[in-house]
Design a protein around this ligand. Structure first.
Ligand SMILES: [Zn+2]
Length: 315
């Protein structure tokens, strides 16, 4: 059976046609920065047109940023989409635009985790945590071989576990969460705050007013910029603490770490997280693996297609 998977990101909408565990074709368009729900739906429909339309397609899966009510197909909050959306009925609206074709929506970290579990670095795992380090820090949980969403859809949200009591302010409003130390947006804010307080650093020099891209981070680290090194050390420490807590709580066999920053820093970054995890795990002889994600940029779209197929067969 053929499914379409869509990765709805803050900057681009990337889609694939997925058939018999293979990507047949792919397409992408820019995510609209304004125009509200209609603009987002129209852009996704456009990508589906670019993919060849819906002839022979069984259904569409979408991985979306922010909390998602999977059963209703509603995205709770998406501050980065089309000027900011709340209670966005993406599933029903897209289905209507596609003439009633079934559409399933889930959180982007959940679908990425599903993809890594079924096809990527987490293949064969029974209890797995996916950790996605990008602008924010997302997470997905596979428990007993199945994606565990939890009662409110927030299961696996490792980015919003406390890593440092009363620590740095998180984007969600709480203090000391993992995302406040390991999410790129927070790390960027911290680098600028330190520069403003007199600790000039390569990150701010290289980025200027613009975004601190992965290559800015790579260059600053290469130059052993002290602020960049400290910020990465804190990110590793926060992630290691939270992952060790999760491993101990759930006796996980596999942790897959992926996302924008890890893609750039690869095995060293993930290796350091693994070491920090091991140092703090209760069961020191646990065979738990902490491994880099292996599907790269396509994990979201592949996972969205897999999620749609699973959701269809379970209803
Ligand atoms: Zn938070």
């Amino acid at each position: 059976m053929t499914w379409i998977g869509i990765d709805l990101g803050g900057t681009k909408v990337y889609g694939v046609v997925h058939h018999a565990d293979k990507i047949k074709t792919d397409a992408k368009r820019k995510t609209p920065t304004e125009g509200g729900p209609d603009a987002v739906v129209a852009t996704i429909a456009g990508v589906i047109d670019d993919l060849g339309g819906i002839d022979g397609i069984k259904g569409v899966g979408v991985g979306a940023p922010g909390p998602v009510d999977h059963a209703a197909g509603v995205v709770g909050q998406a501050p980065n989409l089309a000027g900011g959306l709340r209670d966005f009925a993406l599933g029903p609206l897209l289905s209507k635009a596609l003439g009633g074709l079934p559409v399933y929506v889930d959180n982007d970290a959940n679908v990425g985790t599903l993809a890594e579990h079924k096809r990527g670095a987490g293949k064969g795992a029974v209890d797995l945590l996916g950790v996605w380090v990008g602008t924010g820090v997302g997470g997905g949980l596979i428990f007993d071989g199945h994606l565990r969403r939890g009662r409110t859809g927030y299961a696996g949200e490792i980015g919003h576990i406390v890593a440092v009591p009363h620590g740095r302010l998180c984007g969600c409003g709480h203090e000391g969460h993992v995302e406040a130390y390991a999410g790129r947006a927070s790390m960027e804010r911290e680098a600028r705050a330190r520069a403003a307080a007199g600790r000039t650093n390569r990150l701010v020099e290289l980025a200027g007013e613009g975004r601190m891209t992965s290559s800015v981070w790579a260059k600053a680290l290469e130059a052993r910029d002290p602020v960049a090194v400290e910020l990465i050390d804190s990110a590793v420490s926060a992630l290691g603490t939270a992952v060790a807590d999760a491993v101990t709580l759930l006796d996980l066999d596999t942790v897959v770490v992926g996302g924008g920053l890890t893609d750039r820093f690869g095995p060293t970054f993930v290796g350091r997280i693994e070491q920090a995890t091991r140092d703090q795990m209760f069961n020191q002889s646990s065979p738990t693996r902490v491994v880099p994600a292996s599907l790269g940029d396509q994990s979201g779209a592949i996972g969205a297609a897999l999620m749609a197929a699973e959701s269809a067969s379970s209803t």
